[in-house]
Write a protein that binds this ligand. Sequence first.
Ligand SMILES: Cc1cc2nc3c(=O)[nH]c(=O)nc-3n(C[C@H](O)[C@H](O)[C@H](O)COP(=O)(O)OP(=O)(O)OC[C@H]3O[C@@H](n4cnc5c(N)ncnc54)[C@H](O)[C@@H]3O)c2cc1C
Length: 462
Amino acid sequence: MIKSTDLQQRLMGLLGPTAVITEGSDLEPYAVDWRKLFPGRPACVVRPSSTEQVAQIVRICREAGAAIVPQGGNTGLAGGAVPDASGTQVVLSLNRMAAIRNVDSVGLTIEAEAGCVLKVAQDAAAAVGRLLPISLAAEGSATIGGVVAANAGGVNVLRYGMTRSLVLGLEVVLPDGTIANGLRKLRKDNAGYDWKQIFIGSEGTLGIVTAAVLRLLPRPKHSVTALLSVADPAAALRLLELAQDELGDQISAFELISATSMQLVAKHAGLKAPIAEGEWFVLIEAASSLAGLREAAEMMLGSAFEQEIALDGVIAESGSQAAQLWALHEHVTESEAREGKSVKHDVSVPLTEVPRFLIEAGRALAEGAPGTRVNAFGHLGDGNIHYNVLVDASHDAGTVNRIVHDVVAAFGGSISAEHGIGQYRVGELARYRGAAEMDLARTLKRALDPENLLNPGKVLLA
Ligand SMILES: Cc1cc2nc3c(=O)[nH]c(=O)nc-3n(C[C@H](O)[C@H](O)[C@H](O)COP(=O)(O)OP(=O)(O)OC[C@H]3O[C@@H](n4cnc5c(N)ncnc54)[C@H](O)[C@@H]3O)c2cc1C
């Protein structure tokens, strides 16, 4: 182990003094996560400008025995991108490696460096009439490397899958400083193990993503957005089935919003749903390049009323009305924060179990944590519910977590649908994953990072 000042000197020698931040307020944005739950203290922050520099940083840190925490836009919700409080971990920010290297409108690919902001990549695709369908509220700050490392979801998973399904090629710096270049643009490639898969969703614990090739799609020319109210989540599921019958694979988003979420948005953001109040709301978006989408959506709405699945509903007449409907959804998290303290859960259960899960989790909380209120919303089309519990000082967050996650487990669900494990859920994972699965994960980690120098304390405890 070499002294931290010697390490800083060596890193400055490699990158130049301005690309190594060692003290002062410049460190702060890199030291704490977006939700400010995990304040850390880095030894320093390094900002390389090339893959070769990333590889050299890894080699220098390895010689010094210093751990590295990869960081993109630092919008992750699991505390994965920030260092611990020891003052010994080096934050490796990819934000200077932000180039878009290539957009291919015929081959339908985009190659970008890890620090490229997701919105910038989306816009580059849109400029040539193509679609990069990864879409989330943090897209103005989240980076391609972070999105890949987190296997991000978002609102379009129903149609296009998680980030994993869009990654064609990756360039990764391994924990020993080797550069693995798999930046291929191939849709078919069965030549050996598909090793890139283990880095997607590994949250910076197995390698540092330096660039990626992502799949693009033709950009749909038409889209419709509708908001409907329903009596309960079971009716919302029947609506999903109906929408799939009427709109087929053109549905890109199917979001569930509870009455509590709508009330919070009305109270704190001053936004109100333009339809009669219901217990639950569903926001649907569909997109297509073929004409007739709106007519199909109107038919779907008509059938939903006829079959008494929907209580009320509206289809946006314009882009700005569609944005107003989406604004209701986008303000839920912020409104919840203004209401007070909450214990958040990002869970998934098999799609058809969502209604029963919501009933059982509500019942378990009423028994085990009386006085809590549930703010549930999320990507119903993916079986992914953000099941947030509003608490007061009398409630214990650990108890609330345990109650909700035990119900999730009873339904064969996951305690992290899209936000990852990071340090937020690292203590809980072993309770819900079998010993063999945990051993397999440790075997993989040890094989690639035997010294546990890449993002230690995240995803897996040593
Ligand atoms: C308002 C808001 C809404 C969000 N909505 C969604 C949503 O709908 N769906 C969803 O899935 N997520 C969502 N997120 C979470 C977050 O935006 C995503 O996980 C995103 O992918 C993180 O990207 P980032 O660049 O900010 O990564 P960071 O936060 O910097 O890092 C995330 C993880 O990846 C690792 N990492 C980052 N870059 C690299 C790299 N180049 N190589 C290796 N490891 C790396 C970090 O160490 C960390 O473990 C939301 C966040 C916010 C704040």
